[in-house]
Write a protein that binds this ligand. Sequence first.
Ligand SMILES: *Cc1c(COP(=O)(O)O)cnc(C)c1O
Length: 455
Amino acid sequence: MAEQYKYMLDESRIPEAWYNINADFPVPPAPVLHPGTKEPVTPDFLSVLFPMSIIGQEVSTERWIEIPEPVREVYKLWRPTPLFRARRLEQALDTPAHIYYKYEGVSPVGSHKPNTAVAQAFYNREAGTKALTTETGAGQWGSALAMACSFFDLDLEVYMVKVSYEQKPYRRVIMETYGAEVYASPTERTVFGRAVLQQDPASPGSLGMAISEAVEAAATSGGAKKYSLGSVLNHVLLHQSVIGLEALEQMEMAGEYPDMVIGCAGGGSNFAGFAYPFLHQNFTNGKKTRVIAVEPSSCPTLTRGQYTFDFGDTAAMAPIVKMHTLGHTFVPPSIHAGGLRYHGMAPSVSALVNNSDVEARAVPQLATFEAAVQFARAEGILLAPESAHAVRVALDEALACKESGEARVIAFNLSGHGHFDMGAYDAYFKGQLEDYEYPETAIAEAMTQLPEVSL
Ligand SMILES: *Cc1c(COP(=O)(O)O)cnc(C)c1O
C-alpha cells in the first residue's frame, strides 16, 4: 500500500464544540484575585475588560461549549488543519518511532492564534464592543487579532513591545493591512507607559509592560473598548481545543494513538489546545499518553519558576493568578531569539504540571535552532522558533527510540511557520546566538516582589 503523508478532514469535520478541561480537572482551580484588594475577583471587575459571554467561559465547568456558527464559518478559511506523518524526518533520523505533527501554520497569519482571536472578536461584536486593545510581542497575536477584528468590524489598538516593533517592521505592516493601529510600547499614550519612559527613556519594553498599557487603555475607555489576551486565560485555551479535537480524529484515520504528545509553551495556549483533548482521554478513557510542555531554558517558567500567586502583568494592574512564574518584573534576556517569553504560564497548565499530569522540559537555544534546521531539511517547513522547541523534544524522544529500538508514536503541535522570523535564523547561521541559562539570583530577586496573598 502506498504510504500516506497527511491526514485531511473535510470542512464538515470542524468541531462543533470546544473542549473545556475544567470539567475534568484533577484538582480544584485556585481563585483569581483582584490586583488591589487581593480578594477573589468579581465578574464586575472583569467586565471592565471582557464581555460577559467570555467571562462565563472563563469560569465555566461545562465539558463541551458550542462553537457559534459565525466562528465556524471563519474557521473554514483554513480549518481543519492537516496532520502530517513526518516520514522523511523518521528516515533522516533512522528511528523506529512514528512521528506525527499537527500543522497550524496554514492559517492566514501563519499560526494557531486566530483560533481564539476569531472567537474573541465574535463575542465582543455580539456584546456591542466598538474596539479592542491588546499587546503583542513579535506580532503573531497582533496579526491574528487584527485579521479577526477586520472580519467582525471592530477597531483594534495594538501595544507592540518596542524592541520587536523596531526589529520586525513587517509584522506591524501586516496588522496595519488588516486596519489595526500599532504603537511601540512603552508609549506616551498611557499613565503607565509615561511612567516607564520617565524612568528609562530607552526601555526596550516587555510583554508585561505592553499588557499593562493595553489593560489601562481599555479600563479607562468608559466601556467603549475591551481588552483581548492571546494566551494564558481559560477561555483562550478553550478556543484552542479545536487543534487537539481534530488531531484525535486524524490519529484515528492514521490507525494509531500517540504514546506522547508534545507542545511548546509560552503562555500555554497552543500546547493546551493540542494536548488537552488527549488528556481528556487520559482522565476519562484509561489512556496513558505522556504529555510534555517545552520551554526555553532562558525563560524557564515551568521548570524553574515558583508555583505561586503572581500578577499577570508588570504594572500589577492585571488579576493575580496561581501559576508558575519567574516574577512579574521578569525581562527576557536580549540574547534569546526564540519567543515564549512570558513570565508566567496558564494557571491550568501550571496546575497540571504541579499535579504531575503534564511533564515540563526546558531546552537550550542552539539545540532548538539545530532542530529547526534539521526539520526544514527533512520536511520542508520553516518552523516558527517557538515551534522548534517542541520539535527539539520530539527529535530527542525519536532518538531515544532509536537507542532502545521501541516504535513509539510521537505527536507534536507545529504551532506556526517562521517566515517572519528569518532574522533569528540569520543570527543563528552567523553564530550570533548563544545558550543562556536564566540565573538563579534573578529568579530569587524577582520572588521578593511577589504580591502578599493570604491564601
Ligand atoms: C504565540 C505563539 C506561541 C506561544 O504562545 P502559546 O500561548 O504558548 O501557544 C507559540 N508558537 C507560535 C507560532 C506562536 O505564534
